[in-house]
Design a protein around this ligand. Structure first.
Ligand code: PLP
Length: 396
């Protein structure tokens, strides 16, 4: 018997730090695109744990490998070899930039590794005060390195002092980016599509400017693919649908199908920067998480599934754009931001949708974000569009 929402909420209120405003639901079970709460109410999940459960909740293949691996060997530390870790590194490298991989336990930590690679690479080029340049609106995580690279949150003086050596330029301002990259630049760190900001694709012009500026200065181009990677945009990695290839890339979220794991993946140019003693982690690359990630890659690294993601994304956007009070949709594949007409309270819409049984997210005023599992079907998309239309009519 579960405690139920009210008792769980009372425990949270008393014992957890108040860092989150949670929706008033106590989820107890998930299967594919569906979730159930403690009262047995069913929900259509168009958030997928913020793009983590991309293969759907409790995918049988992931459950099977996690069950088998955790019954056999859960953890030995990084002081020894384990096969799933090595196989996953090979698979990630060969499917992307071709260099070496460092495993972490989260997106934030994957970015910490990328920042270390960038700074050490810069020191090797004789730069004593390396700088990392990003676009405003980006989100790279909440540890101090990743936070310093997250311009909106780095302004929080109550958490200061921030790590030095980070600067930002306005989103998609190619000229400002070119001007900001100079002899002290270690890296340009960008999201190919800004997710937490409300799903804003970085323009091709800005991406090309970043690549060019890095090539001219010797800085590394780092893509944070923590939200955009693992098939979310209709290709295994979002950069594959752009004219630009980064030197370093970070992945997490959907990589483990619900099991925490992150990865910093390099091209050969940055593959040997970190050496023994430079970085490490007790938990990272454990056999359960890496076996889970291999099972997830078996599912999503499939041209048929990726084509379907692009088709379903187009279908979803077409349905949304036909609704009254939708100003625009943004994004790629099944990473979609809905820009609402002026005056519509997106938070109220999100709360109303949850009551109607549709899980979405409101990352910014006037914006709803949809990140459904990639295994969603057309009927579920039509149902979600219908619920959003009903809710818009009720809330407006
Ligand atoms: N980078 C991006 C683009 C993200 O969307 C997130 C999380 O939302 C992170 C980094 C941080 O990842 P994590 O929450 O796993 O530390």
């Amino acid at each position: 018997m579960s405690l139920g929402l009210e008792e769980t909420r009372a425990l949270e209120e008393r014992y957890l730090m108040h860092t989150y405003r949670r929706g008033p639901v106590d989820f107890v079970r998930g299967e594919g695109v569906l979730l159930w709460d403690a009262e047995g109410k069913e929900y259509l999940d168009f958030l997928a744990g913020i793009s983590v459960c991309s293969v759907g909740h409790c995918h049988p293949a992931v459950v099977a490998v996690v069950t088998e691996q955790s019954a056999r060997l859960m953890h030995v530390s990084n002081l020894f070899y384990t096969e799933p870790m090595a196989r996953l590194a090979q698979r990630l490298s060969e499917s992307s930039l071709g260099g070496r991989v460092f495993f972490a336990n989260s997106g934030t930590e994957a970015n910490e590794c990328a920042i270390k690679v960038a700074r050490k690479h810069a020191h090797e080029r004789g730069i004593t005060a390396p700088e990392i340049v990003s676009f405003e609106g980006e989100f790279h995580g909440r540890s101090y390195g990743a936070l310093a690279a997250t311009p909106g949150l780095a302004k929080n003086e109550a958490l200061g002092p921030m790590l030095p050596g980070f600067r930002s330029v306005p989103r998609n301002d190619a000229a400002a980016l070119r001007a900001a990259v100079g002899e002290n630049t270690a890296a340009v760190l960008i999201e190919p599509i800004q997710g937490e900001a409300g799903v804003y694709p970085t323009s091709e012009e800005a991406l090309l400017a970043a690549r060019e500026a890095c090539d001219q200065s010797g800085a590394l181009l780092i893509f944070d693919e923590i939200q955009t990677g693992m098939g979310r945009t209709g290709s295994l990695w979002a950069y594959q649908q752009t004219p630009v290839r980064p030197d370093v890339m970070t992945a997490a979220k959907a990589l483990g199908g619900g099991v925490p794991i992150g990865a910093c993946i390099t091209a050969p140019v940055a593959a040997d920067v970190l050496q023994p003693g430079d970085h490490g982690s007790t938990f990272a690359a454990g056999p359960v998480a890496t076996a889970a990630a291999l099972a997830v890659l078996d599912i999503v690294d499939d041209p048929g599934l990726l084509r379907r993601v692009r088709e379903l994304g187009a279908e979803l956007r077409e349905g949304l754009e036909a609704l009254d009070r939708v100003r625009e949709t943004r994004g790629r594949g099944l990473m979609i931001g809905i820009g609402l007409e002026e005056g519509i309270d997106a938070a109220a819409l999100g709360a109303d949708l949850l009551c109607r049984g549709l899980v979405v997210n409101v990352p910014a005023p006037g914006t709803v974000r949809l990140l459904p599992p990639l295994v969603v079907d057309s009927d579920q998309i039509a149902k979600a569009v219908g619920l959003i239309g009903d809710s818009l009519a009720a809330v407006a």
